[in-house]
Write a protein of this length. Structure first.
Length: 320
């Protein structure tokens, strides 16, 4: 048996000047906006992990239950010997559960957080010594294009995008993301987790839990903006807000000013009136027909899905 060691390519280096400009541009808008990518420093990643353990946050455990019930059926559809490309792999836990069923010939794990990924891949390689593993430290949120040379004609690419992360894109961004994946997945396909529309009370509780973990996750973004852009936000002056916008079919998260205040940075400042909001995240909820349609519009075919018994979450498999 050939014993492999994980290879690693790091392409993402954030440019701190561009980052500052982006933050300031968002703060200067009416209403103010910040990119949800600023949730995820080390503390933010831990807070997100804690969210996934909350009784109110159903997506993670519902998706896991679908894998348990239907993992074998998914593997039967997908087939063995693929190149399995895990987008936003994180600690690689979701893929690790599927590897014994899918038996891919290569595993390509992609994540913006390169150090976290490197550690996870070392551990995974220990458990799968014969698997050819490649780690890619890159930010694929703007474009899902893999660096040239990662895929060859010998690969049958199967992209994996679980956790309903697609919900954090606008419909236009989701559409270009799906087109981008389809263009690279010839002969393979996409396995993707999608959160579905459900009663408002269930949705709103999932994003405004009783312990206030999601509130802390949202407020932590202010500390990250201070670090990234030199702003002087005081989280104590802000309140977490989450509600379902039915017309747009999305949960919106905002931070609302508890009092009139002003935020400064090296080249300017912005005043917020009491009750004025900073929009921090959208989490779109689909229906089975609306997401099937989105996949088909992006050029995928033979779309299949496995939904949870309560109809709250679904995994879709679409051939490219
Ligand atoms: C990462 N993403 C799919 C989560 C979601 O449900 O939209 C982020 C999140 N925001 C608040 N809670 C969880």
């Amino acid at each position: 048996m050939t014993r492999h060691t994980p290879h690693f390519i790091q392409t993402h280096r954030s440019d701190s000047h561009d980052e500052r400009e982006d933050v300031v541009a968002g703060l200067s808008r009416m209403p103010a906006q910040a990119s949800p990518k600023h949730f995820y420093d080390r503390l933010g990643s831990h807070l997100f992990d804690a969210i996934t353990e909350l009784p109110e946050y159903y997506p993670t455990r519902t998706e896991a239950a679908i894998f348990t019930a239907h993992g074998q059926a998914m593997a039967d559809e997908i087939g063995h010997g693929s190149t399995f490309i895990d987008l936003g792999a994180g600690n690689c836990a979701k893929a690790a559960r599927l590897l014994p069923l899918l038996m891919p010939s290569r595993y390509v794990a992609v994540d913006i957080s390169a150090d976290y990924l490197r550690d996870a891949l070392r551990k995974l390689q220990g458990e799968h010594p014969a698997l050819d593993i490649l780690g890619l430290g890159l930010d694929f949120s703007r474009s899902p294009a893999l660096p040239e040379g990662v895929l060859s004609a010998a690969d049958r690419p199967v992209f994996f995008y679980p956790g309903s992360s697609i919900g954090n894109f606008t419909p236009a961004e989701a559409s270009s993301f799906l087109h981008g994946i389809r263009a690279q997945a010839s002969g393979g396909g996409l396995l993707i987790g999608v959160d579905l529309v459900k009663p408002r009370e269930v949705l709103e509780a999932a994003y405004d839990d009783a312990l206030g973990v999601t509130a802390a996750f949202n407020l932590n973004l202010l500390r990250n903006l201070n670090r990234a852009a030199g702003t002087d936000f005081d989280p104590r002056q802000w309140r977490h807000l989450a509600f379902f916008n039915q017309r747009e079919s999305r949960i919106e998260m905002h931070l609302e000013a508890r009092e009139a205040l002003s935020v400064s940075w090296s080249t300017g400042s912005r005043r917020f009136e009491r009750g004025e909001k900073l929009h921090t995240e959208n989490s779109y909820k689909y229906t089975v027909p609306s997401f099937t349609h989105a996949l088909e519009r992006a050029g995928f075919r033979s779309v299949k899905h496995w939904a949870s018994a309560d109809g709250w979450f679904a995994l879709f498999w679409a051939r490219a």
